[in-house]
Ligand binder design. Sequence first.
Ligand code: PMT
Length: 235
Amino acid sequence: KGKKPLAGRKVLVTAGGTIERLDPVRYITNDSSGKMGFALAEAARDLGADVTLVCARTDGPPPSGVTVVRTPSAGEMLAAVMERLPEMDAVVKAAAVADYRPAERHENKMKKGAETMTLTLVRNPDILQEIGNWRYSDEGNPRRSPFVVGFAAETTDVERHALDKLARKRADLIVANDVSQEGVGFGADSNAVNVYGAEGLVLALDRQSKRRIAERLWQLIADRAGWKPSGGEGV
Ligand code: PMT
């Protein structure tokens, strides 16, 4: 009998929505439940991979049998991902990372005062972009790099935005979900995705469970990365 398709592979998955604190009891976040990232981690585990799950705020506990690293904010997630990058065979970024954070983080709970208040936000690092830059930072010679997969949560012009993200962030694949559709994306148990590579659309998956989508994505990744089940008696 053959080995599991991801046996011997180390993969990192990000999940959930980052939280960007204003003060000890208040923060900015988004609707990500972590379900897509959890499904990817579970599927990779069951296919035989050694899985690290880097997660921000999520609904419910992470799956068992994977290494969990908790990173509430984008800044913490960036550090956790970059530190582990060189040892990984694949990185899949299903987390919804806040693009902005409050410019100031108050040490004590903010007090009520004036009728209106203005929050100043500053840009967060873009983790997928940082990974892309790292891959090509050695005088144009691509490093030994994990296979890198980003997501794109869009509501309009899905294909154009996905292809733009693929090129700009120098990822190998972008998984686009049209989150304006019912039962797709944030919080849902199902998803529907179009996957883009350098040559354009490479896989379209109709609405189905996030777990099933995750399995199809790992098959595609193993295929595109040229992974063969290693070291086994199998085929
Ligand atoms: O968690 P669920 O409830 O299951 O929902 C799943 C999901 C909708 C969150 C997921 O399928 C998804 O689309 N995740 C990416 C959401 C997102 O932030 O998309 P984006 O188009 O803003 O970002 C594009 C890519 O860049 C993503 O891989 C994101 O992780 C990454 N990014 C974005 C901003 C940032 N500062 N750093 C990043 O690394």
